[in-house]
Ligand binder design. Structure first.
Ligand code: ADP
Ligand code: MG
Length: 409
């Protein structure tokens, strides 16, 4: 049987009218001859009554430090609610459906509450539903820890659920339905003339997603790639074909053309970053201090990023919400850091940019043009990133998008 997995994000499920559109899309795939597996996120966005953040805030109103086990249980409620509502709505439309939790769908994870990794999947219940002519509606973002406790998969976890099931069921497609046309050259909420990317390789979108393009979770791409299942990112609200993510090899033809990744795929951004700088130029034992700093962060469980150690300076970033704790810990070991909160990272991403001269020159030119200070920068084979103040982020993304001529022609 030909299976398609359809994942719907929160905004696609927020109202009865939108869910009716979702029912149309499910019906359309059934008419096309597919067996359909639906994966849902929690309904709506922040502050909506059944959104995950709303549940988190409810708990935190009376306990600022809740246990990870109970947090996972409450965080899993949003997907349960939306899945039950949608399966009932499908039924009302004459499409027999059956709601399944992550556990019932066979997703087994490690025991990391809040950001569990899927270890394996036993999709028997999902298959039984399909064989019985039912549309399984699966709660995304949740699984069963090996210790028997419910776990959640972290932000964007429903994308991962869809990919895991797509791979386990050897689906024809994994369709990620969302509130934008598809994968664009930059977030269309920031860059008006961002262009839809029709076709993209797993590698390219993985780089974009890792650098902050939250339209699809990088883990979901990595998983789909393992079995080469094509993934489509599409809009729930329009009939646009969206973006097709696949390996661009046409195995049907005699000539197998292997297409290169594009030079610059797009511009990404991510925020809520705090930069920490420690001047060690006047210190006697610089190596000792370097070790002390990173051991202190590790000891406190604070994850550090964008690490840059120079003979006279130590630089790194932490999540904004960890900045106060990091400062406190450093001061307790007699180190006075300089902390810049509210920073953002903008990145030029392109899997084929390695070895191409002049990319950084254009980045600097674009940011200089608008007097946007670069607080720090770095690069890899597939990207060049700059840390800027958060208030400069949108302008920086637009400037880079223009400079690399990524907009609509
Ligand atoms: P969902 O709830 O459907 O999972 P998300 O909010 O996780 O939706 O992801 C969709 C959002 O991703 C869009 O609304 C858009 O603002 C954002 N986004 C960021 N970068 C990009 C990009 N390059 N292309 C498309 N959307 C992007
Ligand atoms: Mg998402």
């Amino acid at each position: 049987m030909q299976i398609v997995v359809q994942k719907y994000g929160g905004t696609s499920l927020a109202t009865p009218e939108l869910r009716s559109r979702v029912c149309d899309l499910v019906a359309g795939a059934l008419e096309d001859g597919y067996r359909v597996v639906v994966v849902v996120s929690a309904m709506g966005r922040q502050n909506d009554p059944y959104a995950t953040d709303t549940f988190i805030n409810l708990v935190k109103q009376t306990n600022s430090n809740p246990s990870p086990r109970e947090m996972d249980l409450i965080m899993s409620c949003g997907e349960m609610i939306s899945g039950i509502i949608l399966s009932n709505q499908l039924y009302a439309r004459g499409i027999p459906a059956s709601f399944l939790t992550g556990e019932q769908s066979g997703l087994v994870t490690d025991g990391n509450h809040g950001h569990a990794h899927v270890l394996y999947v036993k999709p028997q219940r999902v298959l039984q539903c399909l064989e019985a002519g039912l549309v399984p509606v699966v709660a995304g973002f949740q699984g069963l820890g090996e210790n028997g406790e419910l776990t959640t998969l972290g932000r964007g976890g429903s994308d991962t659920t869809a990919s895991v099931l797509g791979v386990a069921l050897n689906a024809e497609y994994i369709d990620i339905f969302t509130d934008v046309e598809g994968i664009m050259t930059a977030d269309p909420r920031i860059v008006e003339d961002a262009r839809l990317i029709n076709d993209i390789t797993y590698n390219e979108i993985c780089q974009m997603a890792r650098e902050g393009a939250k339209v699809v979770h990088p883990r979901a791409i990595e998983i789909a790639m393992q079995r080469g299942i094509p993934l489509r990112v599409r809009s729930t609200f329009s009939d646009s074909p969206g973006t097709l993510v696949r390996n661009r090899i046409d195995s049907q033809s005699d000539v197998v053309s292997i297409i290169r990744d594009t030079l610059i795929t797009g511009i990404t951004h991510s925020s809520n970053i705090a930069q920490i700088k420690i001047d060690v130029s006047q210190m006697a034992d610089r190596q000792g201090i370097q070790l002390l700093v990173f051991q202190a962060m590790a000891g406190a469980g604070i994850s550090v990023d964008f690490i840059n150690v120079q003979p006279e300076l130590i630089m790194f970033t932490v999540a904004d919400e960890e900045a106060v704790r990091a400062e406190h810990i450093l001061k307790s070991i007699d180190i006075s850091p300089l902390i810049e909160c509210n920073c953002a990272k903008v990145a030029v991403v392109g899997a084929a940019m390695t070895g191409i001269p002049g990319v950084m020159a254009r980045v600097v030119e674009a940011l200089n043009q608008y007097d946007i200070p670069i607080l720090q920068s770095g690069d890899s084979y597939t990207n060049i990133w700059c840390l800027v103040k958060k208030e400069d982020m949108k302008l920086a993304v637009k400037a880079l998008h223009d400079k690399f001529e990524l907009g609509k022609k």
